[in-house]
Design a protein around this ligand. Structure first.
Ligand SMILES: Nc1ncnc2c1ncn2[C@@H]1O[C@H](COP(=O)(O)OP(=O)(O)OP(=O)(O)O)[C@@H](O)[C@H]1O
Length: 453
């Protein structure tokens, strides 16, 4: 009496349709045979739309077809669906001892708590990824020539030059706008050099306060100044001994530190702060700048003799907008990289987006392209990035195509609007605004000067 058919049906209906779970059932071939209402609502489909379709065409990042084929259950697996990490259970279904398919449940709750846990999980995954990167390369250089994407003549020429000059100790100056990949190129040079097993140490000359720069670079003896550690501290030069020292944004190096660096390079020795003892060091210098050092020399902000020392070999990286053939491959490469990291399935760009990418100015170069794709991946509800998934400031620049305006004018208006928008969004905080646009501080200041903002 208790287990009559009606009773069973009611129980099954309550379990499948009235709980907070999403259920999916597939047959041996991975075709959907059932999807409960909760799941249909969640992925915005109707049962009729999906019955008989392969489950991979219905649910992002699913593994139901694999479980239906292997018969191996997967419990509490993290699955990324519609911008969230869900908890998925996939259980094989057997009838009379034979594998006939699989049933899957996905737990989701649209509560604040769940959202918090989600962002917590995302942050942890990013952290794990960082540790994994560091473990793979404890010496600090994480990129090699293979990570440099681009098929343009310019990029190929740079790669060829890098192969020629990497071995040896000649100082190299990388010049290029913000986000053009200078750090990536510096890593690659180190990687290809005989120093690759030794450390690659980066110093961001613009980020260290002037009064700390010397002790950061050359270290200090115990008790050298108030607040100094008792046992002293090694400087970046000592840390890089035997390896490569990457001086990023060298144009921002204060003149006092320039004198010391010049001496270190000329004599191969340094003096830690608070001592007169000299120490021999052996480092190769790679520097990067997005300002014209020649201009800085004219303004007496950079020493000419240091310029000749660091610029034995010069590599100029052209801006992304001058390498139209690189935009498509780089965008595809970055989309793959970002989706692998976030676990969200987004596979392509609409033709309109690609067309826009090819004609946009890219003031923040590859970094800006990366930021734009990352935000679009988060925003899109489909597997394709459309124009409406692009950030607001880009969308605005799409609509200023008044008759009679040349491309140059359209682009500079778009740039000005983007700057205004970013300044407004960051409440006038210029550093934040530059960050929002994915460009460096100095190129941001150049631009606000240019448009008189
Ligand atoms: N040719 C490229 N192929 C693949 N990724 C690239 C390329 N160029 C730049 N990137 C990526 O763009 C981002 C910015 O690059 P990077 O930090 O090397 O630029 P940068 O010129 O040093 O910038 P900044 O002057 O602002 O410090 C990184 O994530 C980098 O991996």
């Amino acid at each position: 009496m208790l287990f009559n058919n009606k009773y069973r049906e009611e129980i099954i209906e309550a379990v499948f349709e009235k709980t907070n779970f999403c259920f999916v059932v597939v047959n041996r071939e991975g075709l959907v045979t059932y999807l409960n209402k909760n799941y249909c609502d969640f992925i915005e489909v109707t049962l009729d739309d999906v019955l008989g379709k392969h489950v991979t065409d219905v649910i992002e990042n699913t593994r139901m077809h694999i479980v239906a084929e292997t018969g191996t259950e997967e419990i509490a697996d993290l699955q990324y669906i519609k911008g969230n990490h869900m908890i998925a259970n996939r259980i094989p279904l057997f009838a009379e001892g034979e594998l006939v398919g699989a049933v899957g449940t996905v737990l989701y709750k649209d509560t604040e708590e769940w959202k918090k846990m989600n962002s917590h999980v995302k942050a942890l995954l990013l952290e794990i990824e960082n540790y994994q990167k560091k473990l793979r390369n404890p010496k600090g250089a994480t990129y090699s020539l293979n990570d440099i994407v681009g098929s343009s003549i310019q990029i190929n020429d740079i790669k060829e030059k890098i192969k020629k000059v990497s071995s040896g100790d000649a100082s190299i100056l990388l010049e290029g706008g913000s986000g053009t990949g200078k750090e990536l190129f510096a890593h690659s040079i180190h990687h290809l050099s005989e120093r690759s097993a030794k450390p690659f140490i980066k110093v961001n000359c613009a980020a260290i306060p002037v009064d700390l720069l010397e002790s950061e670079l050359f270290g200090y003896e115990g008790g050298a100044f108030t607040g100094a550690k008792k046992e002293g501290k090694k400087g970046k030069f000592q840390l890089a001994d035997g390896g490569t020292l990457f001086l990023d944004e060298i144009g921002d190096m204060p003149l006092t530190a320039q004198v010391k660096i010049l001496r270190a390079l000329q004599e191969g020795e340094i003096e830690a702060v608070g001592t007169e003892k000299t120490q021999k060091i052996d480092v190769r210098i790679i520097s990067a700048t997005n300002q014209s050092i020649e201009e800085l020399i004219k303004e007496n902000r950079f020493r000419e003799d240091l310029y000749y020392r660091i610029n034995v070999i010069s590599i100029k990286i052209p801006p992304l907008k001058e390498r139209a053939e690189d935009i498509r491959v780089t965008a595809k490469f970055l989309l793959r990289k970002i989706t692998q990291r976030t676990g969200k399935r987004v596979v392509s760009f609409s033709d309109a987006v690609m067309h826009f990418f090819m004609h946009y100015d890219w003031p923040g170069n590859v970094r800006e392209l990366e930021n734009v794709i990352e935000s679009a991946v988060h925003l899109t509800n489909t597997e394709m990035i459309e124009l409406e998934d692009l950030p607001d400031h880009m969308q605005q620049s799409l609509y200023i195509t008044e008759d009679g305006m040349g491309l140059k004018e359209i682009l500079s208006r778009a740039e000005k609007q983007a700057l205004l928008h970013a300044i407004h969004k960051s409440n006038g905080d210029k550093i934040k605004a530059a960050d929002l646009l994915g460009i460096g501080k100095s190129s941001f200041y150049e631009k606000i000067k240019k448009y008189d903002l």
